[in-house]
Design a protein around this ligand. Structure first.
Ligand code: PLZ
Length: 423
């Protein structure tokens, strides 16, 4: 077998430079909470492919379901010749997502595609043009979703012009907004919408209940409910982007449940199908069904292999109670992260929920972000066998997203490596 170094040389000659990788090692196999490269080196996985393999890599039920489906048929296109698994995934999403009202779902391939479709549906149903998003938001890399995403580098730089009718308002970010309470932070954002856009022009308010790429920003309590309440009164479609927070990651099936928020539409992807590409928009039947027949779709959306994987993933989450696992991981990890923070003044905050935790890194005694220190700590983890990711508008957040199927032993070893990387 080729070595990671050899593969890297081939990659540089063959793969476009614009596609980056966190580590220069090439995967041979992965399972549970460990990734092994072609040279036999191991990493404890605190990335889960960016919050995707919540059930673990090659989870047994997923492998079995995919194998069985591949043998029956690989693709007919649901828009041409439909099949049961697509319907079954939609039934499950309608039942699992928050909101006791009647729902419908539609399936797509990627998170960005789900977000694009949620905006299409909200615009179509309301007849309004504007979309409101937040500082630090991340919603994807397609043209519309780049417009919805806040951060220039690396996502938007020189890729414009971007789609119009996108308006950005402040996020509740307690560490950096002077600790505004949720209601006050929401009032500030709402006033900006009303004065600068006009509520009657707004089709959708789109928000990540805990921001992912933007820095694992957890809004102050009451922020999401206040926005939800305003959207209802204003006839604005409240869209929760749960692409990173969904499927047990935060200790509930969906992060909105934490404060009892019921979105009109939810965008889903990542954890939905144990690593196979699948995404969805789930929401109020009246909104979803407003769109004319044939108005939504795509060749691969709800591919049968991805649907089989999704059904097996959701079954695994239920069977192993992975929401409880996320809470357990959060308790163990949170304690260790707070201990590290207590002994290192660069860590200004430990935040997150369940198995979605982060540390924000600053110049000690200030709120000045320190992306160089963040990158150095992350690199030390990689060198010592722990796969960590960074995020944040300022590149100064270390984030931890282990598979929810990680073993106690792997989790403990990973946290030991992390503690050592802080020195
Ligand atoms: N919405 C909340 O987290 C994807 C992006 C990685 P896609 N986040 C990882 C990268 O650098 O491209 C994401 C998300 C939220 C939307 C998306 C987009 O999902 O499946 O990557 O299109």
């Amino acid at each position: 077998m080729a070595t990671s170094e050899e593969l890297h040389k081939r990659r540089v000659e063959a793969v476009a430079r614009g596609v980056g990788s966190t580590i220069p090692a090439y995967v041979d196999r992965a399972g549970g909470g460990t990734i092994t490269d072609v040279d036999g080196r191991e990493w404890i996985d605190f990335a889960a492919g960016i919050a995707v393999t919540n059930v673990g890599n090659s989870a047994p039920r997923v492998v079995e379901a995919v194998r069985a489906q591949v043998e029956r048929f690989t693709h007919t296109c649901f828009m041409v010749a439909p099949y049961e698994s697509y319907v079954a995934v939609c039934e499950q999403l309608n039942a699992l997502t928050p909101g006791g009202f009647e729902k419908r779902s539609a399936l797509f391939n990627s998170g960005a595609e789900a977000v694009e479709n949620a905006v299409k549906i909200a615009r179509h149903a309301t007849g309004r043009p504007a979309v409101v998003v937040f500082d630090h938001a991340y919603h994807g890399r397609t043209n519309l979703t780049m417009a919805l995403t806040a951060k220039n580098m690396p996502y938007k730089h020189r890729f414009g012009p971007f789609a119009g009718e996108v308006y950005r308002v402040p996020m509740s970010y307690p560490l950096r907004d002077g600790g505004l309470d949720g209601a006050t932070a929401a009032a500030r954002s709402i006033e900006m919408i009303e004065k600068q856009v006009g509520a009657e022009n707004v089709a959708a308010l789109l928000i990540e209940p805990i921001q992912g790429e933007g820095g694992f920003v957890v809004p102050a309590e009451g922020f999401l409910p206040a926005l939800r309440e305003w959207a209802t009164a204003a006839g604005v479609v409240f869209v929760a982007d749960e692409i990173q927070t969904g499927f047990c990651r935060t200790g509930d099936w969906f992060a909105c449940e934490h404060e009892g928020v019921e979105p009109d539409l939810i965008t889903l992807a990542k954890g939905i199908a144990g690593g196979l590409p699948l995404a969805a928009v789930t929401g109020r039947a009246d909104l979803m069904d407003a769109v004319h027949v044939g108005g939504l779709g795509g060749t691969y959306g709800g591919n049968p292999i991805a649907c089989a994987a999704a059904l097996a993933s959701m079954e695994t989450m239920r069977e192993l109670d992975l929401a409880a696992a996320a809470r357990r991981i959060g308790a163990v990890m949170g304690e260790r992260l707070r201990a590290i923070a207590a002994g290192d003044p660069r860590v200004v905050e430990v935040r997150g929920r369940g198995a979605m935790l982060a540390m924000e890194i600053v110049v000690p005694g200030t709120l000045t972000p320190d992306p160089a220190a963040t990158a150095a700590i992350s690199a030390a983890c990689h060198a010592a066998g722990l796969l960590t990711l960074t995020c944040g508008t300022y590149g100064n957040v270390l984030r931890f997203l282990p598979p929810l199927a990680i073993s106690d032993d792997e989790l403990g070893r990973g946290l030991d490596i992390l503690a050592a990387a802080f020195g």
